[in-house]
Each structure stands twice: as C-alpha cells, then as structure tokens.
Design a protein around this ligand. Structure first.
Ligand code: NAD
Length: 490
C-alpha cells in the first residue's frame, strides 16, 4: 500500500493561485496520496523587502518534503532583486529541466499535428549564474560558465530519460562553431555519453539551424538536450507551436529535491479573471506523481485531462469557434477534468505508465584532477589577458604604454596581442574596426611557465605606468593543450 507523502506547495503570483487551486482540486478528487504544506514565495515576499523572493524559513519545508509544486511567480524587473526561479533551481541543485511539448491535434489547433518533443534543458549553469559586471563606461559583461560535471550530468540525464521513456533519438543543440570551449565542451561530452547508448540515435545541430528546424518540422525531433539559455528560449517556442504555452508542464530534477511547475509565467494580463488554462500546472503535477511512483493516479488524471481536451472543453488560449465544443473558465475546466476521472480518451492515445517506474540515477565518470592515478593533469600558466579601460584612441599608443610598463618582465614575457570586443586591433589592426573603451591585452611567456607572482608583478608595473586595469584572465595549458580562445583575426 502506498504511504501518504507531504509535498510543499506555493500558490505564486498572477494566475498562479487560480491554476494552483484547480490543480489541487483535481489532485484531491483523484484521491492522490498527498498532503500539502504551503509556503509563500514571490511578489508579496519581494514587497516585504526580501530580495530573494523567499523567506529564509521557507527552505526548511522544501528540503524536508523534497518535492515542491510551484505556481508561476512574477519576477520584479530591475531593482536589484534576483529571479527566485533561478535561485531555487540552483540552490536545490535541480540540474535537469524536463519540458515535454506535444500536440493534441485535431483537438488543439496547431500547425504541427505530429509533434512530440521533450526538451531537456541544463538548469544551473551558462549565463544563469547571473554573474554580471559593468566594467567600463561602454562595456557590460555576463559570464557564461559551463562545467565538466554539470555537462556530464545533463547529457547523461537526457540519454537515461530517452532510454526509460523508450525514445529513439537525442539531439544536442550548441553553438560550438563560435564558443569552442564552452559549447565545445557540451558537444564533446554529448558525443562521449552518446557512445554508451548505441541503441539511441544521436545527432548535434548548431542551435540556430536546429531551432529553425524544430520550429518548422518538430516531428523530426524526439529528445533535445541543450545548455540553459537556449533551452529557456527554445522550450517556450516548442510549447507555443504545440498549441499553447499554457499546456506544458515541467520538472526540475535534482539529486535530492525536485520542483514541478508550468513552463509559462504568471500571466498578469489575465490574472484574477478565471480564464487561465490550468493545464501546464496539471501536467506538471502528473510529472510529479510519476516521480513519486504514484503512477496509477498520474494515469487517471492524464487520461481525464486528454478526454477533456478531446471533448472540446477549452479555455480561451486554445478555444477555436469551429472545433471547440465550449469555451470554459479555469474552474469549469477543472470540473470537466474531475468529472472525467476514470475515463479514457477515444481518439488521443490514452497513457499507460509502468506501475513501478525506475528512478533515473546519474553516475558521473568525471572526477576533478588526475585521470589516471599515476598522472596529474598538467596545468601550466603560460600568460595572462589583462583587460584595461582606455578611452577610445590608438591601439598603438596603448601598446607603447603597456610595453614600457612591463619593465624587466619583458625578458620573460611578450605583449602579443590587443583586442577590442574580441577582435585583434594590435599588431596590424584595421582602421575600420569599431573600438570601445575596453581592451584585452594578451601577455604570453617567452619560454617557461609563469608563476602567479609574475602576473602580480606585471599588474603592479602596468598600474604604476598609468594603466587602468579592470580584470585579468589567466592563460593556461592543460596537458599541453591551449585552454583559451584565440582573438578574432589572431
Ligand atoms: P507569461 O508566460 O506569463 O505570459 C505570456 C503570454 O501567455 C501572456 O499573453 C499570457 O496571458 C499567456 N499565458 C501564459 N500562461 C497562460 C495560461 N496558463 N493560460 C492562458 N494564457 C497564458 O510570460 P510573461 O508575460 O513574459 O511573464 C510574466 C511574469 O511571469 C514575469 O514576471 C516573468 O518573470 C514571470 N515568469 C515566471 C515563470 C515561473 O515562475 N516559472 C516563468 C516565466 C515567466
């Protein structure tokens, strides 16, 4: 017999309370083995001056219950507050964001009647570290961080998900023709992991053409794995072209906790009107029940929901005067699903979930440091990129000042290049290249490895010579391989 499980719930902002109420009423009517513990997050908490949008005491029930069913929240723009969604995903280690986007034709209007795509979005890394700085008058920076363990985890998750759900193909989207180190790593790890799953087809596409093909021919895709930012954008496109952004649910999976939510936001434009489609959160709750092993209840709700769509009970976002039977409110949609619990759809395929689903467990092969016990990866410091603020002027005069500032260090290192916005402007720049007040000056050792103290001495000498240093990035070789990108035109 299944034991009851307590989950944490958050009603959210905008349409959040309406769609949460509908979802909870359906869960209760289906006699799900669940109890609910409520927390408050989002707008009201931000308004109390808590910049994270969550009271510190609310983490305790989330961590104790391990499962959070969350309605969308409104993220205030600007004002120095952080996105609570991103904070939750990162703080709880929810590394995988699973977003199934399928069409329900002919009952929900779509140009893509055969679409059934699952987007597996990396959920913690990339530009979502939110590490941003204004460095000069002209230039603002956002750091894109892609890690070895994070990349292995998400790619393994995508293949394990495909195996468990009998999916045939995993496609990887990256932009490694431009970002050769970060997206290059994602692509390389994808290829390595794919080799361990010979029964599943694998392919890589550059994200721009991949997104275009997905929007045009989604039926050619099955599971698609990608870094965080591409996944954020592309999963909204996928949900929208399937019929409505209001339909898709998502699971945020971590090693210990998991969070389930609709993929859409708090829709303030329709809040409080009882018109929102609660399907995204209902589908998220079905994913949650499967995660909890409550597959019979998940099946009941999903089949009743499919039958509701099939019977033409449609909220405004999917209502079509020709094909829908009735334009329904949020609460009428909820009642329609409840009334159909125990029924199966006739034309859409009913779902059947396994009684005891296997949990997906990820075992990393990556370990930092030595790959072979006898051999330490050789990490050699060979130079540094010094970023400086310099009013637009000639790169030649900046180079002169830098070379003069090196003093005795010019015996052990050379200034080899200056770039502006990544494009080489010295030596031999072109006058057409547009320059800002932000310059990257690359110093490289003449022969042997450098010490940190050499870099510190260089910075001190340059500073004494009037150079305004913003930051440095050290240049390393790992096992003799260059571990930094070349300048554009270098
Ligand atoms: P949104 O997804 O809230 O709305 C986009 C459009 O889709 C709107 O026209 C809206 O009415 C419609 N829509 C969304 N959900 C619907 C539903 N269930 N039924 C019918 N129509 C629906 O996106 P937005 O307007 O860009 O964002 C609004 C707020 O939500 C912002 O503060 C944003 O930061 C936040 N947001 C939160 C989450 C989350 O909590 N996970 C996700 C995305 C956006």
């Amino acid at each position: 017999m299944n034991t009851r499980k307590t989950i944490t719930i958050a009603h959210g902002d905008g349409i959040g309370p309406e769609i949460m109420s509908a979802t909870l009423n359906i869960l209760k009517a289906s006699e799900a083995n669940l109890d609910f513990e409520e927390i408050e997050i989002g707008k009201k908490v931000y308004e109390r001056g808590i910049k994270s949008g969550i009271d510190p005491s609310s983490w305790e029930p989330i961590r104790r219950n391990k499962i959070l069913l969350k309605a969308p929240i409104t993220t205030p723009q600007g004002g120095g507050v952080k996105s609570l969604n991103v904070t939750m995903r990162k703080t709880l280690g929810l590394f995988a964001n699973i977003r199934p986007c399928r069409s329900y034709a002919p009952f929900v209007k779509t140009k893509h009647p055969y679409m059934d795509v699952v987007i597996v979005r990396e959920n913690e890394e990339d530009t979502y570290g939110g590490i941003e700085h204004r460095q000069t008058y002209d230039v603002f920076q956002c750091l894109k961080l892609i890690t070895m363990p994070g990349t292995e985890k998400i790619n393994r998750y995508a293949f394990e998900y495909a195996k468990l759900n009998k999916r045939e193909k995993v496609t990887c989207f990256t932009k490694d023709n431009i970002m050769k180190l970060t997206d290059g790593l994602f692509h390389d790890v994808f290829k390595q992991v794919a080799e361990e799953y010979p029964a599943i087809k694998s392919e890589n596409m550059i994200v721009d053409i991949g997104a275009a093909r997905l929007a045009d021919t989604p039926e050619a895709f099955d599971v698609v794995v990608m870094p965080n930012l591409y996944g954020d954008i592309i999963s909204d496109i996928a949900a929208q072209i399937a019929g409505s952004v209001g339909l898709a649910g998502s699971a945020n999976i971590g090693e210990s906790c998991a969070m389930f939510e609709a993929i859409h936001g708090s829709a303030p434009d329709i809040a409080g009107q009882n018109v929102a489609n609660p399907s995204g959160l209902i589908n998220a709750s079905v994913m949650m029940l499967i995660h909890l092993g409550e597959t019979t209840t998940a099946q009941h709700i999903q089949n009743a929901w499919l039958k509701t769509l099939e019977d033409g009970m449609h909220t405004a976002d999917i209502y079509d005067a020709q094909s829908s039977e009735k334009l329904v409110s949020t609460t009428e949609f909820q009642d329609a699903v409840i009334n159909r619990l125990g029924e199966l759809p006739k034309q859409l395929s009913p779902v059947q979930y396994p009684e005891d689903p296997e949990p997906i467990e990820i075992k990393l092969t990556y370990s930092r440091g030595p790959k072979k016990p006898s051999k330490q990866i050789d990490r050699k410091l060979t130079g540094t990129d010094v970023f400086v603020y310099w009013e637009p002027g000639s790169a030649d005069s900046l180079a002169e000042l830098l070379i003069e500032g090196m003093q005795d260090l010019s015996k052990s290192m050379d200034l080899i290049m200056i770039t502006n916005r990544g494009t080489k402007v010295w030596p031999e720049g072109m006058e057409e290249t547009f320059c800002t007040d932000h310059w990257r000056c690359r110093f490289h050792s003449k022969s042997s490895a450098l010490q940190s103290s050499d870099i510190i001495e260089l910075l001190s000498n340059l500073s004494e010579n009037g150079i305004d240093i913003i930051k440095t990035e050290n240049l390393y070789e790992f096992d003799g391989e260059r571990a930094y990108s070349l300048g554009q035109g270098e």
